[in-house]
Design a protein around this ligand. Structure first.
Ligand code: NI
Length: 256
């Protein structure tokens, strides 16, 4: 049984065939899912899906790309959403320096990120962290904000072994997505091998970032199996053992 610990299943890209997507997932052994919002609106959609669909949990949070919307009113509404019983996680939140390197935007992103980390600590909710071209600042801010308690996951982790180690030492788990199956990313696979299975979570980030055998297609939870098989091999573990370990890790990291 596999756990897709990071996906956006409420996304409009699944509007037409969502029932089939869930059927294919379950057939592939993927039975539990965390669907994450990136704005208040998407977080509400995520919660509605979690209410409707078996095995689905939701996360609510403001993504760095929506950081311009962060203010006291948004914070208040986010906190209300986090009180919902099917919302164990605050996310996805973080920093993204890929799209916009303007220092004013970066400052806003950091405020939005820090204030949500403080909210997570206060509420005892783990966080799901997005980091793109920003590992150094993400790791520094996580340490400064004492985010290891309640901890959470560095979603779709891409970085050096030293960065992975720092994240794990802070109390975080690493999210392993389809990217980890790409031929060019041998260094990332070596990093995952050195970290070992006990701090890894499997994820698709569907509808984005499909694993190697499905590149170019819309990603969906059924494809999690390709990532699970590829990384189990890297770790020299039978698939069932890796699946069970990562599902247990997800329950622990996401406090289910
Ligand atoms: Ni995501």
């Amino acid at each position: 049984m596999l756990f897709d610990s990071h996906a956006h299943l409420h996304d409009t890209k699944f509007r037409k065939d969502r029932a089939d997507v869930f059927a294919r997932a379950r057939e592939a052994g993927v039975t539990r899912f965390l669907t994450l919002g990136d704005s208040l609106r998407a977080s509400r959609e995520a919660i509605a899906l979690a209410e409707a669909e078996e095995g689905v949990f939701a996360a609510a949070g403001i993504h760095p790309s929506s950081a311009a919307s962060w203010d006291a009113e948004t914070a208040g509404e986010l906190e209300e959403l986090l009180a919902h019983p099917k919302v164990p996680v605050l996310g996805e939140i973080g920093l993204d320096y890929y799209w916009d390197k303007d220092p004013r935007t970066i400052e806003r992103q950091q405020i939005c990120f820090r204030e949500q980390l403080r909210m997570a600590r206060r509420l005892g909710k783990p966080v799901s962290i997005h980091s793109r071209d920003s590992n150094e600042d993400v790791l520094r801010i996580l340490a400064e904000e004492d985010a290891g308690e309640p901890g959470g996951v560095l979603h779709c982790f891409v970085g050096s072994y030293e960065e992975a180690r720092r994240g794990v030492d802070l109390g975080f788990h690493l999210g392993v997505g389809g990217i980890a199956t790409y031929p060019k990313l041998g260094d990332l696979r070596e990093t995952l091998r050195r970290i070992g299975p006990d701090r890894l979570l499997l994820e698709t980030d569907a509808p984005y970032l499909p694993p190697q055998p499905r590149r170019g297609k819309r990603n969906e939870p059924a494809f999690l199996r390709f990532t699970a098989e590829a990384i189990a091999e890297v770790l020299s573990l039978p698939l069932e053992v890796f699946a069970e370990t990562t599902s247990r890790n997800a329950e622990r990291a996401l406090r289910l």
